[in-house]
Design a protein around this ligand. Structure first.
Ligand SMILES: *Cc1c(COP(=O)(O)O)cnc(C)c1O
Length: 379
């Protein structure tokens, strides 16, 4: 089946007891057993919930994987992945990774003896040279947030696998509609389903997918043992959001391309970071590993002051100033003071995340209205 069919049908069956076409929200903590140990595959809702089961099967299919485990947030999903490691192991990650992901590694797992090395992941030689005996996992984000750097997933997987290391791709920005990391060799793919998979800014959720049985089963064990599971209502909302994933992402990508071209021509705009431009250093790789160029872009102004950026943020009416991304509505953000405030300034500047950088999550409104809104705010 093709992607557009999978989003609607994979794992989803009419409810056998009523014929309900939509997966019911199984709001229950436990399941009655006919006798001790004699049950229908469901014992206790931390371990399993039928709404969650359907969602896990659906997302596994979208990523061309076999095993999916859902969590209460994207970071809870990452937390479970890092628990595959043990004290003394090291993670290699991008120096412009999502701030919350860095905080989890740096403030929580470091205390348990799992260290993190941050590098610019686009530099493949540096990736190769940075892998040590202790390295266990390479954590890839692409496109990166908010600098829209593109990392060559296939090349990283080849380097990692020569040295027997795992690769996990945070596929939040691209979604499985645009990019399929497992097909490119990744061992694990993770999402903040809060963003495009949910797509309506109404739920926080996370997921990990793999086609490796051992990893898949260990993650399922951690899901139950650590217990950061999502509620059934949240699973239902993600399932519902996914049904329109391809339609939403396609439209948002088209809008983003138009906005990127508008910004590039604007006299007050300095850089526009958008992988769809042929001048973007990752353009060729993006073209091969992504179906479209995504709906996220960043830009900064010729006036580099924080104040100039703040004026734009305060001036938009359709673009709402908010954290998060991937919803149907367009958002505008200031990474240095919002999403990336938990990255040390030194790390931020090193990677080009300046104080005047503005990030857009382009929604599915009318593109001309969005351009008009940005124009009046920048002018
Ligand atoms: C939002 C986000 C996360 C964290 O996910 P939550 O659902 O907020 O816990 C991780 N990675 C990326 C790229 C994100 O955008």
């Amino acid at each position: 089946m093709k992607f557009e069919t999978l989003v609607i049908h994979a794992g989803v069956h009419p409810d056998p007891s009523t014929g309900a076409i939509m997966t019911p929200i199984f709001q229950t903590s436990t399941y009655v057993q006919d006798g001790p140990g004699n049950h229908k595959g469901y014992e206790y809702a931390r371990t399993q919930n039928p709404t969650r089961t359907v969602l896990q099967e659906n997302i596994a299919a979208l990523e061309n994987g076999t095993y999916a485990s859902c969590f209460g947030s994207g970071l809870a999903a990452m937390d479970a992945i890092i628990k595959l490691l043990k004290s003394g192991d090291e993670v290699i990650a991008s120096n412009d990774m999502y701030g919350g992901s860095f905080r989890l590694l740096d403030k929580i797992f470091k205390e348990f003896g799992i260290s993190t090395r941050l590098i610019p992941m686009q530099d493949l030689n540096l990736v190769r040279d940075s892998i040590s005996e202790r390295t266990k996992l390479i954590w890839v984000e692409t496109p990166t947030n908010p600098l829209l750097n593109i990392v060559d997933i296939q090349a990283i997987c080849e380097i990692a696998h020569q040295k027997n290391k795992w690769v996990c791709v945070d596929n939040t920005f691209a979604t499985p509609f645009l990019q399929k990391p497992l097909d490119l060799g990744a061992d694990l793919v993770m999402h903040s389903a809060t963003k495009y998979l949910g797509g309506h800014s109404d739920v926080v959720h996370g997921v990990v997918v793999s086609k490796n049985q051992e990893l898949g089963e260990r993650l399922r064990f951690i899901q139950n043992a650590s217990g950061a599971v999502p509620g059934p209502m949240d699973c239902f909302l993600i399932l519902r959001g996914i049904k329109t994933l391809h339609v939403r992402v396609e439209r948002a990508c088209e809008n983003a391309a138009k906005i990127a071209h508008f910004l590039k021509e604007h006299p007050k705009v300095n850089r526009v970071l958008y992988p769809g431009f042929t001048t973007h250093p990752g353009h060729k790789i993006a073209q091969t590993q992504m179906k479209m160029f995504g709906a996220m872009l960043s830009f900064d102004l010729k006036d580099e002051s924080m104040n100039a950026a703040n004026k734009v943020l305060a001036g938009t009416k359709l673009f709402s100033c908010a954290e998060s991304l991937g919803g149907v509505e367009s958002l505008i953000g200031h990474p240095a003071s919002m999403t990336h405030a938990s990255l040390p300034k030194e790390e931020r500047m090193k990677s080009g995340l300046t104080d005047s950088l503005i990030r857009l999550s382009v929604g599915i409104e009318n593109a001309d209205d969005l351009i008009q809104d940005l124009k009046q705010a920048i002018d």
